[in-house]
Every structure is written in C-alpha cells, then in structure tokens.
Write a protein that binds this ligand. Structure first.
Ligand SMILES: N[C@@H](CCC(=O)N[C@@H](CS)C(=O)NCC(=O)O)C(=O)O
Length: 120
C-alpha cells in the first residue's frame, strides 16, 4: 500500500494463502517465518511489515512519510505503527483464523467471540 500510495517502482507477486504458498520451501528461503509480506530489494530480503514500512520511509525522505527523529510526531508514528503490529494485528489473526489458534473444533466460536471484543 505504501509503495502504491507514494508511486514507488515495485513489482507485486501474489503469494497465494489459499494454497499456503507462504509455507512453500521456496518462499521460506526468503522469509523463514512463512508469513506475508516479504520485500526483495537491491538483492536483499526484508520481512515484518513494520520493518519494511520503516525502510521505505527512510529510503525515500523526499516522500515525507515519516516525521523528524526526536519529535512527538515521530513518537506518535511509532505508537501507531507498533500498535497495529503488536496489538491489533495479532487479535485480527485470531478473529479471522480461529482454527489456527486452537486444536479443538468447538473453540473456534469462543476464540471469535473473544477477539470480537477488541477496542480501538
Ligand atoms: N508480524 C508480521 C505478521 C505477518 C502476517 O501474519 N501476515 C499474514 C497475512 S496478513 C500471513 O502471512 N498469514 C499467513 C500465515 O500465518 O500462515 C508482519 O507484520 O509482517
């Protein structure tokens, strides 16, 4: 989204979650966590969306994507970035994929009910 929003040059490759393509040995060589997204650039690989986001922000200062270091605005930028990654995203994963978070069939519903109670 960041790449598109700031009209940076990029090529998008589908990693099909329906077929669990993120667990293929070929993909795991790039990203051993078996998760999406993964960014390939300058013969380098980086994963974790927050790390990718920060890299893009810092490499494209002309796009003014990130406030200056040491400012309260920068702290707020980190606050929301980390909230989305460390708090909201894990809860959404439980909500949308309860079957990945319990081995017991009957617990899907309770996992969904529980995670449906998150607040912004
Ligand atoms: N903390 C990771 C989480 C990545 C993540 O969980 N991605 C989801 C898609 S949004 C995924 O790959 N799910 C497939 C799976 O867990 O097998 C990040 O922010 O990059």
């Amino acid at each position: 989204m960041l790449l598109a929003e700031k009209q940076l040059n990029y090529e998008l490759t589908l990693v099909d979650r329906k077929t669990e393509a993120q667990k293929n040995p070929e993909y795991l060589k790039l990203n051993p966590t078996g998760r999406i997204p993964t960014l390939a650039f300058d013969d380098q690989i980086i994963y974790e969306s927050a790390a990718i986001c920060l890299l893009l922000c810092e490499r494209h200062p002309d796009k003014k994507l990130i406030p200056a270091p040491g400012t309260i605005e920068r702290a707020r930028f980190y606050q929301w970035l980390f909230y989305l990654n460390a708090s909201l995203q894990p809860e959404l994963m439980v909500y949308f994929y309860p079957q990945k978070h319990t081995a017991v069939d009957g617990l899907f519903l309770s996992a969904k009910t529980y995670s449906g109670d998150f607040r912004l």
